[in-house]
Design a protein around this ligand. Structure first.
Ligand SMILES: Cc1cc2nc3c(=O)[nH]c(=O)nc-3n(C[C@H](O)[C@H](O)[C@H](O)COP(=O)(O)OP(=O)(O)OC[C@H]3O[C@@H](n4cnc5c(N)ncnc54)[C@H](O)[C@@H]3O)c2cc1C
Ligand code: SF4
Length: 357
């Protein structure tokens, strides 16, 4: 049986208290929301925090609401430090508190109507029990995953450990230079495709980061979140009524499994049905989701028909090279890139639905 180590459990009731506790205990402390990833990781000896700060009593972190654009571009009382390109909420947006569960997000009528890709992604995470506990904050801040990392201490020790934890070499790249553990969370590719902004609270106040800038290509620590910061909310610009989104997940079984590949697409369409804008994001390749490039020339001004979808899927295949960092043969996963991108785009175009694997 895998046991948890002893630790102090804190239950602050405000963001300020939580930030203060994290600052007070420094590297000894970690926040926990639903605990569906942190607790298994603690049982595997991947983290041994002496202080676990629960976010569950913090009312400010809850709620899903549509916020109309403010007349002067600012919300009353806001004092944000803006980082690279963050919108600051000047357009109307959907606000999702970091503690909202994946189940509630997937079932929320506004999310389903405006952002079907995000609703689908949240509804495909793990299984029902985990979606009832798991939160969007925990999903965005999810640790990277790897075949050689998400194992017991005994298993990892038999291999001499690895760069990400207790060792000095990477079993995937066979070097000691870089960890390429995979970003494996379902909702962030959608948040990137939808142009979402994340709000972080820390000892120096609050700041906003675009979801597209939040992740970095470092499997050991793959986000720009500072250790003492907590994610408080996600804001997604409402966009035009003609905007659409879709998600496609590749996994071993149609339940409980992490993605082997994930594809989020979001687009806007002109009155004549032609593509006005289009974004595609593929994940589980390396430590950060990949925004696909060079799609505009292939799709803008054209109808999203079978030929255009085939060209876009091929362009994605050229850009994506999965590694042997998660279960599933890397060559097969690469061959599935155009298949999954094509299926996501078919959903976006309304060309009929396909199963999610
Ligand atoms: C069997 C199994 C299958 C799974 N399948 C999937 C899957 O298919 N897709 C998928 O995406 N995930 C999957 N997960 C992982 C997990 O259930 C989800 O990612 C979930 O959304 C995590 O949310 P949580 O609230 O439980 O996070 P927690 O476990 O509480 O936290 C996860 C990490 O985020 C940090 N954290 C949590 N909230 C915040 C916050 N507000 N601010 C800052 N840091 C925070 C924690 O410190 C921790 O490092 C699976 C887990 C299991 C056990
Ligand atoms: S990618 Fe390499 S260093 Fe990173 S967890 Fe896997 S084996 Fe370890």
């Amino acid at each position: 049986m895998l046991r948890l180590h002893p630790f102090r459990y804190h239950r602050p009731e405000t963001v300020a208290e939580a930030v203060q506790l994290l600052a007070q205990h420094g590297q000894e402390a970690m926040p926990v929301a639903g605990g569906t990833d942190l607790l298994p990781n603690m049982k595997h000896g991947l983290f041994r925090p002496g202080h676990v700060v629960s976010l569950n009593r913090i009312g400010e972190l809850r709620g899903i609401s549509t916020i109309a654009p403010p007349s002067n571009g600012h919300r009353p009382g806001d004092s944000f430090v803006r980082t690279t390109g963050a919108t600051g909420g000047t357009a109307g947006h959907l606000r999702i508190g970091a503690l909202e569960t994946l189940h509630d997000i997937s079932a929320h009528p506004d999310v389903r109507r405006r952002f079907p890709g995000l609703a689908e992604a949240a509804g495909l995470v793990a299984g029902p029990q985990l979606r009832n506990m798991g939160t969007i904050g925990g999903n965005v801040c999810l640790d990277t995953r790897c075949t050689y990392y998400n194992q017991t201490a005994f298993w990892r020790g038999a291999l001499g450990h690895c760069l990400k934890k207790d060792g000095d070499t990477c079993h995937v790249t066979k070097t000691g230079k870089k960890c390429v553990a995979a970003h494996s969370a379902d909702t962030p590719p959608n948040l990137i495709a939808l142009g979402a902004t994340l709000t972080l609270a820390g000892p120096n106040g609050r700041r906003e980061v675009e979801a597209a800038d939040f992740f970095i290509a470092d499997g050991i620590r793959n986000t720009r979140r500072a250790p003492g910061e907590i994610l408080t909310e996600v804001r997604i610009p409402l966009g035009r009524p003609s905007a659409r989104s879709a998600y496609q997940k590749l996994r071993q079984r149609k339940s409980i499994d992490f993605p082997l590949l994930s594809v989020a697409v979001a687009g806007d369409f002109a009155n004549d049905g032609s593509v006005a804008s289009l974004k595609g994001v593929v994940s589980v390749l390396g430590a950060r989701p990949r925004l696909l490039s060079d799609w505009e020339g292939l799709a803008t001004g054209k109808p999203l028909n079978a030929g255009v979808i085939r060209d876009l899927a091929h362009r994605a295949w050229q850009q994506c090279r999965p590694l042997e960092n998660v279960v599933g043969d890397a060559g097969w996963r690469r061959a599935m890139v155009p298949v999954c991108v094509g299926r996501a785009l078919e959903k976006l175009a309304g060309l009929g639905t396909r199963p999610d694997r």
